[in-house]
Design a protein around this ligand. Sequence first.
Ligand code: SF4
Ligand code: SF4
Length: 394
Amino acid sequence: MKDLKHINYFEKLLEAADNELIREAINDGGVALGYTCYHVPEPIMNMGKGFSVRLRAPLTGSTSIASYYLSNFVCSYCRGILERAIEGGYNFLGGFLASETCSHMNRCSEHFEMLNLVENDKFFIDWLDVPKKISDFRIKKMTEQLKEKFLKPMSKNYNIDVSKEALIQSVKEHNEINDILRQISEFRKEDKPKITGTEFHTINLVAKVCPKHLIKNYLIETLEEIKHRIPDDKKYRARVVVVGSEIDNPEFIKLIEDQGALVVADRFCYGAYPEIEPIKLTTDDPFEDVVRHYIETCQCPRMMDGVKRREAYTLKLVNDFNADGIIYETMKFCDYWGYEKSTASHDMINKHNIPAVTIEREYTMSSAGQLRTRVQAFVESLEIKEIQKKGKVK
Ligand code: SF4
Ligand code: SF4
């Protein structure tokens, strides 16, 4: 297929945690607010002159200093983020909206604070205590906390507009951008998709890490271009859904696609599902509506009452995107996904007869050789299954 017009630019934007659109927004008076977890509602950060940046640590090499503070048994995503912070890579941040969602990230963000890693007198960091079960009471409590811990310093330190009207406007733009991403993602349902998983992941990532108002037109143009794109005749060996913990590097998706498996849907942190689902404002408190949306749509294994919900959600993706199998991936030492990947893959294979494989990886591409071999073997097994289904092999 012909290269997408903006794809090289998008790749360039992903080369650093900071990028030229972030700098442009800051020069225009914007305040960059960092976060790392789905449970922190993104539209909160995009009110008034605030803008959200989901933190990444691209091109991470050694994490030796972060490991000294956190230990080698903390997941390499958290170590990568802390290492980059120690190097001064997040000095552009006005605040870090952290969450008590996993103990590894807690340790990382606590060190952010203790080591005083951001050179900005107005910088603030606070933690949202996110419930592990869904109920009205828990959603109300989380909303109260969000107002106290995040909105107050946003308003006090930076004079950001944290009114209901500002949030309604932010949700509107959030839904518009996600609608564009949803339309782009829909092309992956076709027999001959007009977009690869690697391209989609790149586009989805720039939407997460760049100021929304500055990236929006690039996304609109890209959608229009894809509508008229002529797909390759190239036949992929299989179609897969990828499920699991943080992937914020298109190289990882490319590694899978280089083995012949097209990634048709991404149910991992930093992926599109459930992130691109529209937020509905239905009550007179849009803050509570937004919190409810994130708690109710969350597909993270830390939610204790969500096993069946997560199973149904993954099955729906497999069906909707006509996938042949599922790759469950997890970062080494991640407790939540470590457990979930074993039980969920077992159920997919044994209860639903859907091929699945589990892989453990590092945040960086350091174990690419092993991953390649594992994905290759899985793709071959999917092909054999397909041939058997067609009755060519008895
Ligand atoms: S896996 Fe769960 S706890 Fe970890 S970043 Fe994603 S949503 Fe947050
Ligand atoms: S990979 Fe697991 S341990 Fe690491 S931040 Fe995500 S949820 Fe936490």
